[in-house]
Design a protein around this ligand. Structure first.
Ligand SMILES: [Zn+2]
Length: 73
């Protein structure tokens, strides 16, 4: 069984679950992280809003993208 970890595309943070990486991502407010979201067609403000209004929807959306796009290590 392989142990896949996901690395943040913007810094050296490594998480074993896309959801953990999503949580990390939404905790970052620097331009680098926000700009990466834009390249994925996502908006930081929108994710934060949907997170507040619809439970974990912001995390779920971002985790799905990160699960596909984040570098594996
Ligand atoms: Zn990061």
């Amino acid at each position: 069984m392989t142990n896949t970890n996901y690395r943040c595309p913007c810094c050296r943070k490594i998480c074993s679950e896309p959801h953990d990486l999503a949580r990390h991502f939404l905790g970052q407010t620097d331009k680098k992280h926000k700009d990466w979201l834009k390249t994925q067609g996502l908006s930081y403000a929108q994710l934060i809003t949907s997170q507040a209004e619809f439970g974990n929807k912001g995390y779920d959306t971002l985790a799905e993208v990160l699960g596909k796009e984040a570098p594996r290590c």
